[in-house]
Design a protein around this ligand. Structure first.
Ligand code: NAD
Length: 471
């Protein structure tokens, strides 16, 4: 296994262009469009992951100190499930989809055909460095494309390992990983791709969108933001607290859909806080720094960013930190300064601000005063209140009475809205995302209608009637 601790690239623009051209040439052979080929490549990807499970777990541990349970559940197993679903359903997904044909086309049939875009660029972040590099790749392969992958330089062990594995499993004319940081990504973004799939921060997402616009390249932007968690009085208190603690502190809060802050009905706040504290201790022990189940902050830069948030309110649980260990304890805060970073930026770490509300209107208005989130959580047994939140707010996805679990249902699309992103994937949605839905009208030579041709002898009256049939 490659144990170097730096991502490497140092490619020139000419070398990058040559890699892209080789993929274009390969795509032009039509080899990637064959369903048998796609299935074979998905099998190869599956085998690559299964054969190297231990090495992947080790790399994730080195990058983020991920527990193997989390490494499997949120990365390895997650991608394997996506591959299995694609293998099982590919034939059905790839089938042309028939649509109706209005009578004036007689005789004709109409359908859409899913065409691969061609050469795809995938740019991944560091927090789920395997899942977010390979889950989009599943869709790319299933839809019949070629791909260049750019992992995150921050999760360098996973980046090194996956580069080695993928580049030795696949022909570079088909799939190739290029490691690197900002400059390498910019080099790639200067070139024309047929589709760009980016996962990362909203700010970098804007740069990617600008670069894509120069070539009119379609994009999916899987971004972040502050995902709110509304807690009503009418709940199962114990399960609510447990599910919030799990969703917030898995991967020490470095999850794009982690509940960023709580909006809690003031009548239940004290009881909820007590239960949340209970479960923090239950999950991570009296000194969470000794817990094997708690990951670490990715690097000192993010540790320092998070440390400033600890000063922007009152700590009511946790707050301890150790820079050398990149450790910050699961922390609860109240009286947070709404104008400071903690409530203006995505927290992306183990700090949970708790904000009280007097009535649901206040909570909804608070959510709507901010950018549209990637996820929104509502805990309540009251259907009317749930419906109000659903209907009066906008979010990429909503999970009612749990956190994060909507991402684990591969039948649901996963993506953002507004500042939290463009486009959605997972399961069938990945196949559709990486396919152009080509419209096809297939006419026969059986009949020729005289109406539409010059010199238009049948007149306006007839064309009006005919067009009324166009429904
Ligand atoms: P990031 O935007 O800093 O980096 C993402 C990728 O972009 C990396 O590969 C990086 O090398 C590259 N990059 C960084 N700066 C660049 C620049 N100036 N020009 C070109 N490329 C550049 O994000 P991150 O810190 O790796 O990840 C955290 C963010 O990602 C959070 O906002 C989180 O919410 C979001 N995220 C979203 C999802 C999702 O599915 N929507 C999943 C995970 C993370």
């Amino acid at each position: 296994m490659n144990t170097t601790t730096e991502t490497k690239a140092n490619l020139t623009a000419t070398e990058v262009q040559a890699i892209i051209q080789a993929q274009r040439d390969y795509f032009a052979t039509n080899a990637t469009k064959d369903l048998k080929f796609r299935k074979q490549k998905l099998e190869q990807l599956k085998k690559m992951i299964i054969d190297n499970e231990a090495a992947i777990i080790e790399a994730l541990y080195k990058d983020l100190r991920k527990h193997e349970f989390e490494a499997y559940g949120t990365e390895i197993g997650f991608v394997l499930t996506d591959i299995k679903k694609a293998l099982k359903n590919l034939k059905a997904w790839a089938k042309p989809r028939k649509v109706k044909t209005p009578p004036f086309h007689y005789v004709a049939s109409s359908y859409t055909q899913s065409d691969p875009y061609g050469n795809i660029l995938i740019i991944a972040p560091w927090n789920y460095p395997m899942q977010l590099l390979l889950a989009p790749l599943v869709g790319v392969i299933a839809a019949g494309n070629t791909a260049i992958l750019k992992p995150s330089e921050y999760a360098m062990h996973t980046s090194n390992l996956l580069t080695k594995l993928i580049n030795s499993t696949f022909n570079p004319r088909y799939i190739k990983v290029i490691e690197g940081a900002v400059s390498e990504t910019q080099l790639l973004l200067n070139e024309k791709f047929d589709f760009i799939f980016f996962t990362g921060s909203t700010n970098v997402g804007k740069l990617v969108y600008q670069a894509a616009a120069k070539h009119l390249t379609p994009v999916a932007l899987e971004l972040g933001g502050k995902s709110p968690c509304i807690v009503d009085t009418d709940i199962h208190l114990d399960y609510t607290a447990k599910r919030i603690v799990w969703g917030k502190f898995i991967n020490v809060g470095q999850t794009c859909i982690a509940p960023d802050y709580l909006l809690v009905d003031q009548k239940i706040k004290d009881a909820l806080v007590a239960k949340i504290k209970f479960y923090i201790h239950e999950f991570f022990g009296e000194n969470p720094q000794n817990s094997e189940a708690l990951s670490r902050i990715i690097n000192e830069k993010h540790f320092d960013r998070l440390s400033t948030y600890l000063k922007e309110g009152t700590i009511i649980e946790g707050g301890q930190s150790d820079r050398a260990d990149k450790y910050i304890a699961p922390t609860l805060m109240e009286n947070v300064d709404l104008e400071k970073g903690i409530m203006q930026e995505e927290i992306f770490g183990p700090i949970l601000p708790i904000i009280e509300y007097g009535n649901l209107r206040e909570a909804i208005d608070f959510v709507n005063s901010k950018s549209k989130p990637l996820a929104l959580y509502i805990f309540s047994k009251n259907e009317k209140r749930i419906d109000r939140v659903l209907n009066e707010t906008s979010a990429g996805g909503v999970c009612i009475n749990d956190t994060l679990m909507h991402i684990a249902n591969g039948h649901l699309p996963f993506g953002g809205v507004g500042d939290s992103g463009i486009g959605a994937y997972h399961g069938r949605h990945s196949f559709d995302l990486f396919s152009h839905e080509k419209a096809v009208l297939h006419r026969s030579f059986l009949i020729e209608e005289p109406i539409r041709y010059a010199p238009y002898k049948l007149g306006l009256k007839v064309i009006r009637k005919v067009m009324d049939w166009a429904l």
